[in-house]
Design a protein around this ligand. Structure first.
Ligand code: TRP
Length: 449
């Protein structure tokens, strides 16, 4: 048995958690959801949910990990045998996310390749993206490159080194984003987009906005996937959980916010606001148009897609590491076997997700393409289920006091403890049940939002 090493500094912990938090969720998923769901209204709800629900669940999961020094499956079992299934359930979420995450990682790699090979102007043309994802072979190849690349890193067990490189690349990405934001905001017509993105409009406030925001929050902060429990298990008692959570949330939201500020006003300037509802294609369609109108657009675009690629790849790697280490723990497999099994099932599921926009585009499940359905099952069904059980577990089985005690270890002050107890007992479980029921009814077509 290897000694459980711990993060030797608080900032080390925050950066590792932030590196797994920042990825396609911030750069690709957040902007298209914000665009679809009313801009400012979405942003406002997202921020409110983040400091209440997001905060509460992150504190709970990190504390469970640090208290037990075990990852999800072992942690729940140790605290209460009857809740061992919760560990298993939370393990399924990253298993479903990983294959389709690698598919989108492949799309980013394709855009990087297009920019570096001088196809940047072509990439800005209408129809380029759709032509690409509706092909059979090409998206599959890019996806398999990303999947195999992540597989090699996880097999060699060097994920730590890779995550460190992410810490150098992250600031570069941020600087680039600021440059693109400034450029976009200096274009005529962008002000209307800024208004749409920043000013909440009551007209756009709906229950659907809530649904989308909470799903996105969990996705982006990697909540309800066992991930934070594992990170917590490596955290030292000396370090302050509450302020770490604030920092991770701040950083993660900042990146998402900038991505939105880069993409949404650009939609108004370069595509017209009808494109706001375009969904998963939004980033891929909008950004090349921005770069095409920039004097140094090819260089900026090339470096930008490279940075997004690395942010995505580090997340693909940590998702895979989560899946593989769960296999190792649960079935006492060798690392090599676990990696092979992971690659095999991801190859199949991801392959289907990739083909789902091409030859298999006729296949829909509850009206969704295969990739969208995988996103829906993991984010709108399983995550709320795991979150509800986590809340019940903390509120009524181990009691909020157990978490508070862990946060207050070694004299740390837990300023938000009243908020924490209140939300975990009285608000979160009910709210999550509502979310779950409505998203299932919506999928079944029983409920139109
Ligand atoms: N939070 C990541 C993002 O925003 C995606 C993600 C979900 C993830 N679960 C994860 C990353 C687990 C690493 C580990 O893109």
């Amino acid at each position: 048995m290897k000694e459980r090493s711990s993060f030797n500094s608080k900032i080390g912990f925050v950066l590792a958690a932030a590196a797994s938090a920042v990825g396609l969720g911030n750069l690709w998923r957040f902007p298209y959801l914000a665009a679809q769901h009313g801009g400012g209204s979405f942003l406002l709800i997202y921020i409110i949910l983040s400091v209440t629900f997001g905060f509460t669940l992150m504190v709970a999961e990190i504390s469970i990990g640090r208290k037990t020094k075990l990852s999800a499956i072992g942690a729940y079992k140790k605290l209460n045998k009857k809740f061992a299934f919760e560990g298993v359930l939370s393990m399924i979420v990253p298993m479903i996310i990983l294959p389709y995450y690698a598919v989108i990682n492949g799309w980013v790699l394709k855009y990087f390749a297009a920019f570096i090979s001088g196809e940047d102007k072509a990439a800005a043309a209408d129809g380029y993206f759709n032509a690409f994802i509706s092909e059979t072979g090409e998206p599959l190849v890019w996806f398999l490159i990303c999947l195999a690349g992540a597989g090699v890193v996880v097999f060699l067990g060097v994920t730590h080194g890779i995550e460190k490189s992410g810490k150098i690349l992250m600031p570069v990405l941020l600087v680039l984003m600021v440059i693109v934001v400034v450029f976009v905001l200096s274009r005529p017509g962008s002000l209307e987009g800024v208004k749409y993105y920043l000013v909440p409009n009551v007209k756009n406030l709906s229950f659907k906005t809530f649904l989308a925001a909470i799903g996105q929050l969990f996705y982006s902060l990697s909540i309800s996937m066992g991930i934070l429990i594992s990170y917590g298990s490596y955290m030292s008692k000396k370090h302050h959980i509450e302020s770490s959570v604030h920092q991770i949330e701040f950083f993660d939201t900042l990146v998402a916010f900038l991505a939105g500020l880069m993409i949404i006003p650009a939609v108004f300037t370069f595509s017209g606001d009808a494109a706001l509802s375009s969904g998963p294609s939004l980033m891929f369609v909008t950004l090349p148009k921005v770069f095409a109108s920039m004097a140094t657009g090819r260089i900026v675009g090339t470096v930008f897609f490279l940075m997004v690629f690395f942010a995505a790849l580090t997340s693909t790697i940590s998702l895979m590491e989560a899946v593989v280490s769960n296999f190792i723990d649960a079935f006492h497999m060798k690392r090599s076997t676990a990696v092979l099994i992971t690659l095999a099932y991801c190859g199949v599921l991801g392959g289907l997700a990739s083909l789902g926009y091409g030859p298999l585009s006729g296949v829909t499940i509850f009206g969704m393409h295969i990739l969208d359905f995988m996103d829906f099952i993991s984010n709108s069904v399983l995550m709320p289920v795991v979150a509800i059980i986590t809340c019940i577990f903390v509120a009524f089985v181990i009691k909020p006091g157990a978490i508070i005690e862990e946060v207050e270890a070694e004299g740390s002050v837990f300023r938000g403890k009243k908020v924490f107890s209140f939300i975990i007992k009285f608000v979160a479980p009910w709210f999550m049940i509502l979310i779950l029921i409505s998203s299932i009814m919506q999928a079944l077509g029983l409920f139109k939002l």
